[in-house]
Design a protein around this ligand. Structure first.
Ligand code: ADP
Ligand code: ASP
Ligand code: MG
Length: 438
């Protein structure tokens, strides 16, 4: 029997008109039984996401500033949608409860979570679906990590009691009952968790683009849609900045082998992108599946004569990072040199201390940090079979007159990662895209 879990992102639920589109999508297929809703997103360029407004609200409340005006704006976002749709909900009561909790300092995650909580209540009412509060079915452990097994046990039992239901995305509860959210964009994870618990045949993730595009549409004009992508490829791309789907949304469905279909709420007939466990199908012409990248990296360059022969050198360096609780991205090395790539934000406050600790641990001849680096990942399951992919990447970069600072190829030969200067980022991504997509 076919059962679909559907998740709608913020822009899909930003206004009453968008709600109507969502309702007609859900109603068009009776197998779309469980829906996950995000908080209202931007309605137009320059608009605010309700989640961001809730974070601001919390900051104001906790610093003792008045929250009246901002709270009024948030309330209006919801009452406007509810009134236009004509749904009959005690929204005022819910809103006053939230306001009181904020003055009682209910916590930053609680504040942020109310975005999806209220929106899901409206969607449930509008659809005639049951509302299940995520706090009752999605659990975190005391250390703050997601409790997959407890969640799956409780949620799968709970879903048996509801033929049709809406669940808010993005949050769950801690063992002591307080609200905790996933990281930003986390409603995608909730959808995946639901798909697993419901034993769904498909997880549809509805957003504002017609699928996973080969690269960021804000960098390359009109990139092609990826027809089929594997969980692994998608994780590589989303980790490196292709933000369509939260990178952790893969895990729950991967356990159960449930495919994900990325779809466009504003163009529901477009086929979108299928995300699957594995696929032999690939575009023989293009070879690569996608390109993604991010700015904001730093590299630490370490040089020492005869480094290569010094047993335990790498271990000593890595223990410094472990002790300081810093994770790194890449570690390319030569005979006498080693480069460690990491997020600038992770080392910003502790630079001097970090350099001093490395000096003490391995006594290098020289060590320095370089900021302003962007990483670009070229990902493709077909790369392992096709000769010359790396050459094509480097040719594209060279002809765009961009200098490469680092090269790293994953051991599974599914990705090539290059480090370049931040200022060259857009140019490099465009050049690689054009080289592969004629
Ligand atoms: P939602 O609110 O529906 O969860 P998101 O804003 O999280 O939507 O994700 C969709 C957005 O991701 C798109 O509007 C697009 O700007 C951006 N994006 C970045 N990289 C890609 C890509 N490779 N393919 C498609 N969209 C991308
Ligand atoms: N509303 C949350 C955010 O803006 C979660 C999500 O949209 O997935 O991050
Ligand atoms: Mg999202």
């Amino acid at each position: 029997m076919s059962l679909k879990v559907v998740k709608f992102g913020g822009s899909s639920l930003a206004s009453a008109d968008q709600f109507r589109k969502v309702a007609s999508i859900i109603k068009a297929d009776k197998n779309r039984r469980y829906a996950v809703a995000s908080a209202p997103g931007k309605r137009f360029t320059g608009d605010f996401k309700v989640t961001d407004m809730f974070y601001l609200l919390y900051d104001k409340a906790s610093s003792g500033e008045s929250i009246e005006e901002l709270f009024g704006e948030i309330s209006y976002r919801y009452t406007d949608i509810a009134n236009d749709l004509g749904v009959d909900l005690p929204l005022d009561k819910e809103l006053s409860k939230i306001k009181a909790a904020l003055y009682g300092m209910a916590g930053r995650d609680y504040a942020a979570s109310r975005g999806e909580y209220l929106n899901s209540m409206i969607l449930a009412k509008h659809m005639g679906y049951d509302f299940i509060d995520a706090a009752e079915v999605i659990f975190f452990k005391t250390d703050g990590t997601f409790d997959a097994e407890r969640t799956n046990a409780v949620l799968s039992e709970r879903l048996k009691k509801h033929e049709y239901a809406v669940v808010p995305g993005f949050y769950g509860s801690m063992p002591n009952g307080t609200i905790k959210t996933f990281s930003r964009g986390g409603s995608d994870i909730t959808g995946s968790i639901l798909a697993r618990a419901a034993n769904a045949t498909l997880y549809e993730n509805w957003t504002d683009v017609s699928g996973f595009l080969m690269t960021d549409p804000r960098i390359v004009e009109n990139p092609k849609v990826i027809e089929t992508i594997t969980y692994r490829e998608l994780r590589e791309l989303s980790y490196m900045g292709a933000t369509v789907l939260h990178e952790d949304a893969i895990f729950p469905v991967q356990i159960a082998g449930i495919p994900i279909n990325i779809k466009n709420t504003n163009a529901p007939d477009d086929p979108g992108t299928m995300i699957v466990a594995s696929s032999d199908k690939y575009d023989t012409k293009n070879i690569i599946t996608g390109i993604a990248g991010k700015k904001g990296f730093s590299s630490i360059h370490i040089e020492k004569d005869m480094m290569n022969g010094e047993v335990g050198f790498t271990r000593k360096i890595l223990s410094v990072f472990e002790e300081m609780n810093i994770s790194f991205e890449h570690l390319p090395s030569g005979i006498d040199t080693m480069t460690i790539m990491l997020k600038t934000a992770d080392i910003d406050a502790i630079r001097e201390q970090l350099i001093a600790s490395i000096k003490k641990a391995v006594k290098p001849d020289s060590i320095y940090i370089q900021d302003g680096i962007a990483l670009v990942a070229v990902v493709g399951r077909a790369m392992v079979k096709a000769k010359g992919t790396a050459a094509k990447v480097f040719k594209a970069i060279a002809s765009a007159d961009v200098n490469i600072k680092m090269i790293d190829q994953g051991s599974d030969e599914m990705n090539i990662i290059i480090g370049i200067e931040e200022g060259d980022f857009e140019k490099a991504v465009n050049a690689i895209y054009k080289e592969f997509i004629a």
